[in-house]
Write a protein of this length. Sequence first.
Lengths: 113, 114
Amino acid sequence: ELKVEQNPLFLSMQEGKNYTIYCNYSTTSDRLYWYRQDPGKSLESLFVLLSNGAVKQEGRLMASLDTKARLSTLHITAAVHDLSATYFCAGGSSNFGNEKLTFGTGTRLTIIP
Amino acid sequence: EAGVTQSPTHLIKTRGQQVTLRCSPISGHTSVYWYQQALGLGLQFLLWYDEGEERNRGNFPPRFSGRQFPNYSSELNVNALELEDSALYLCASSPGTRPGDTQYFGPGTRLTVL
């Protein structure tokens, strides 16, 4: 069964700084997702990573996937207050058409002015 | 294009009661997923429906059940409510289950069991 671990759980960082959130998963996963959740809101899809070495960027966020290390990272560049949210990674477990997402615990990111 | 919609937004029930939550997927999406986000337990997969059939379920007791209608909307039923069922219930839809088919989430139904 797929297990997904995220760290750190909590992250406070100053505006303008860079930081990385790490997502490790336990078994082969053929897709890795990153989502954002604002307090009291639903999940917003950020990235889908499908292959080893995949890198996707949107604004100040960049996600990458290393399937050999079973590791995905979400890198934040020059953080701004608007990026404060909880970020989840999720692994896809697809087997003969079965599909479900296994989520990490989430990283609550607070950007301090 | 309308996103995933869920109703009701909030619900308060007492132990032992039954509840039905509803979800309408994005137009053209055939797969509907239900997740539970309980405090301290994170997001957990509940059920997956595709083309009207239950395809997979998570580690939840049988009192959690649901169905998918011909128009691909879905209901989640929870019988004999327990206090620990208090959570945000999220519905998601996807166009299929191919790699890259993202699951898009609705706003959720917050269930409080007293």
